[in-house]
Design a protein. Structure first.
Length: 158
């Protein structure tokens, strides 16, 4: 009579071993990959929600010189969530770009004026013959909100 493990018991033990390995690998992958994906999705969703609640309106815009702008002013009103950071871009037909950042220590709540055009902001680059002003609000996560973009194509001299 031979002594040893019967083929049925060997099959059951092999199957149990494979299932155990599968469970361990699945838990590792799930905790590593799925949690990372959930974190990324959550942060994107938070940025989207921040941007959806922003409602800024530009009444008018001006630059210090229509020949070569080095500073910009806008009348900017807030009708949505509190806003404390705004980016103003001045462009010309050649694609030249000057940028001014505005930050307020205290967020401006609605309905209030965020900026007055007599408070000129310096551009990082001079822009010859400016033709367009774009205004973007920044969300609380410091990313630009494309949905909040306001374009002004009638620029006057301050």
């Amino acid at each position: 009579m031979k002594k040893g493990v019967s083929p049925l018991i060997a099959s059951v033990l092999t199957l149990a071993f494979v299932i155990t390995i599968f469970v361990v690998v699945t838990n590792f992958v799930q905790s590593d990959v799925v949690d990372e994906t959930i974190d990324k999705t959550t942060s994107k969703l938070e940025r989207q929600l921040d941007c959806n609640s922003i409602d800024i309106r530009v009444v008018n815009a001006c630059v210090d010189s229509l020949d070569e702008a080095s500073s910009v002013g806008v009348n900017l009103d807030n009708f949505g969530e509190d806003v404390s950071n705004v980016v103003i871009r001045v462009l010309n037909d050649n694609g030249d770009l000057g940028v001014a950042d505005f930050s307020s220590e205290n967020p401006v709540s609605a309905p209030n004026r965020i900026l007055k055009k007599n408070n000129l902001l310096d551009l990082n680059e001079k822009v010859k013959t400016p033709s367009l002003v774009e205004v973007y609000a920044k969300s609380t996560s410091e990313s630009l909100c494309e949905k909040s973009k306001v374009i002004i194509d009638k620029i006057e001299k301050c």
